[in-house]
Write a new protein. Sequence first.
Length: 165
Amino acid sequence: METPPAIGEPRTTDYRRLASAAATAIYTWDTRTASYSEVYSRLRDWWDVLPDGSNPLTVFVQEFEATGVNAGTYATLAGEQARRSATVQSLVCDGELAKVRDHPAPWVGLHVCTATLSVVDQSHSDRNAYAAPVSVMVNCPPAATAPIDHCVVVGFYETPSRIVY
């Protein structure tokens, strides 16, 4: 029996739609309505570990914390009633990315998209708006490691040296 999609995760074969939704989810949280564990778990549920272990959860943790939030900072931000929202401003995928043209995906069905997000961090005393790039890897049919009827997120990179342009 196949696992249902995580909360907010679209069940689709449209890799661009899934990459866009994942990029937004990576940068969206609200300390007024969810604990750090809930935010972490919701996003962790989107990450599909590949059978060869090439995308371990340690990478997920590293990249999620690269967005500027971890359990300690989240607790501090909760005291400020902080929240973060994100909107995709641009999305480029596969051959639109120079690094992917130079080094194509290792199998058919693996897609790489880089989203530029408009992010707003807010608290009861401050508001900060900025742009943030994030690369999302999506595994879709006909890949042997993908579900037969939809795509799954198999990675994202927020660390500047790993973002694909």
